[in-house]
Design a protein around this ligand. Structure first.
Ligand SMILES: Cc1cc2nc3c(=O)[nH]c(=O)nc-3n(C[C@H](O)[C@H](O)[C@H](O)COP(=O)(O)OP(=O)(O)OC[C@H]3O[C@@H](n4cnc5c(N)ncnc54)[C@H](O)[C@@H]3O)c2cc1C
Length: 465
């Protein structure tokens, strides 16, 4: 039986980053992966947020054939089925107000997991971690009430004072360690995606840098498109919309929702323009928690990434979270080895650091903000808001059909008519704003009162411009 300082189960982004950090810190590290190659069993493509470039300097060196920078996000609002034609489109680029340079440059980079996962594993191996592929962990070994190693299919055992469970959403490690049984229905979601290949030139011409797009419509919402260099995938029904959560709770079928979006005329036109060919169809389970999970460690063991339930509550983004938690767990493992303390109490510092870290911060306000996307999928609210957006755009900006004064004069009645829909928005946003920045809100409220006084004085003729 071979002994290591650290065993990492699963060579996804979480496990590889943990193994890389541990090996760089001089720990004798074993990385076990059930697949024939890293990334084999994961979702085809994904979008990696600019946060990852801020936090992991080794990504500056990364150049993968499938990479496509996303500098534009697009939200398409469709009319109700069966037409599902485009009524309103919002596109945005990165904001100059973002706090770090990468976020001011791009939102995400789309790429394929079968390139990204091996890239990370290779770094871990170069740093000295030992990789074993085709190695399915089927059990944990316990000693003195704590985890002391793992057992592989076939019975082979490996021992280490610390194990990191990075074995994804259905984590056998978590269940065997008694940290949880199954996920509860409201803690997980199912994501269906159809992956298409498309010639690189068509992608450059048609998608260019609009690498993240979402389709909303009354009764269907937030189905997303992620682009990489030579293809796209469409997924749904809406990680950006908790219809998936509702699907679990209310029996809506995710695959049906996705097929509806795929058959929407604007999506069909896009796929034709891309000369896209379907490559793969997948359905995955993904954790989607409202709060940072509690049970992520015990004696001799820490869980990272999806195994710990760390995808954030708004979009269920999880790769950066897996990498960040992987690094944190490896740092705690090194300290545990230095102290010779593998007790539950020592491992608990991992949970505490995670909560204080940017991964923990992601859970603040995320679940509440998700209500906004829930609203966009609600047939009544979506129809009202969409109509208001169309009206405002037509009467404020595109006033060519009627005299400008007449068109612009309608703005107030459009706003007044839509007070109920605007109040639905305010019901989501106001408590959120209060929670995250009460002081600023009070300041701007006093500013608004000042503006109201100025407008009233202006209207009564006391003030002239
Ligand atoms: C369709 C879909 C689209 C997504 N899109 C995005 C996105 O655009 N951006 C984003 O940030 N996140 C996205 N996510 C979430 C993201 O994929 C996960 O959060 C991320 O992969 C978590 O990484 P991980 O290392 O924790 O686990 P995984 O990536 O799941 O890796 C776990 C690894 O462990 C291995 N393993 C499992 N069990 C065992 C075992 N018993 N023994 C040995 N090895 C084992 C698996 O083979 C796998 O390689 C998406 C998820 C889905 C399902």
């Amino acid at each position: 039986m071979k002994r290591y300082d650290l065993i990492v189960v699963g060579a996804g982004p979480g496990g590889s980053t943990a193994a890389l950090t541990a090996a760089e810190a001089g720990l004798k590290t074993l990385l076990l992966e059930r697949s024939a190659y890293p990334g084999e069993k994961n979702a085809s493509g994904f979008a990696l947020s600019s946060k990852a470039w801020r936090d992991f300097s080794f990504l500056q060196e990364m150049e993968l054939p499938s990479m496509r920078y996303c500098r534009q996000c697009v939200a398409h609002f469709l009319s109700p089925p069966p037409e599902m034609e485009e009524r309103f489109v919002v596109a945005s680029g990165p904001s100059r107000r973002m706090s770090y340079p990468e976020a001011r440059d791009f939102f995400t980079v789309g790429m394929l997991r079968r390139e990204f996962d091996p890239f990370l594993v290779e770094l871990a191996e170069k740093a000295g971690a030992e990789l074993r592929l085709n190695s399915l962990v089927t059990g944990l070994v316990f000693e003195a009430g704590r985890v002391a190693g793992v057992r592989l299919e076939g019975g082979e055992e490996y021992r280490a004072p610390v194990t990191i469970g990075a074995d994804g959403v259905l984590s056998l490690v978590a269940r065997q360690a008694g940290l949880r049984d199954k996920w509860k229905p409201h803690e997980v979601t199912s994501v269906c995606i159809v992956d298409f290949t498309a010639p690189r030139e068509r992608m450059d011409d048609v998608i260019h840098e609009a690498g993240f797009q979402a389709y909303f419509g009354p009764g269907m919402g937030g189905n997303f498109l992620i682009a990489y260099a030579d293809g796209v995938h469409l997924g749904g029904p809406g990680v950006t919309n908790s219809l998936i959560a509702r699907a679990v709770r209310k029996g809506i079928k995710p695959a049906k929702e996705l097929l509806e979006t795929l058959s929407a005329p604007p999506v069909q036109r896009l796929l034709r323009a891309l000369e896209a060919e379907p490559r793969e169809w997948q359905a995955h389970c993904l954790t989607w928690m409202d709060r940072m999970p509690e049970n992520v460690c015990c004696g001799g063991l820490m869980l990272v990434g999806d195994a710990a339930g760390l995808p954030e509550p708004l979009y269920a983004e999880g790769v950066w979270q897996a990498m960040y938690s992987g690094r944190l767990a490896a740092e705690v493992a090194k300290e545990a080895l230095e102290e010779g303390d593998f007790s539950p109490g020592f491992m608990r510092s991992y949970r505490e650091r995670l909560e204080e870290s940017p991964v923990g911060e992601e859970f603040v306000a995320g679940a509440q903000l998700r209500q906004l996307f829930e609203m966009l999928g609600d047939p009544r609210v979506c129809a009202e808001l969409e109509e208001m957006a169309v009206d405002l755009a037509v009467h404020l900006l595109m006033t060519g059909q009627e005299p400008k004064a007449e068109a612009m004069g309608r703005i107030f009645s459009i706003l007044a008519e839509n007070v109920p829909a605007l109040m639905s928005l305010a019901r989501v946003y106001l408590p959120l704003l209060l929670q995250v920045s009460e002081e600023k809100m009070r300041f701007y409220a006093s500013l608004l009162r000042g503006i109201r006084n100025i407008v009233e004085n202006f209207l009564s003729g006391e003030l002239g411009f």
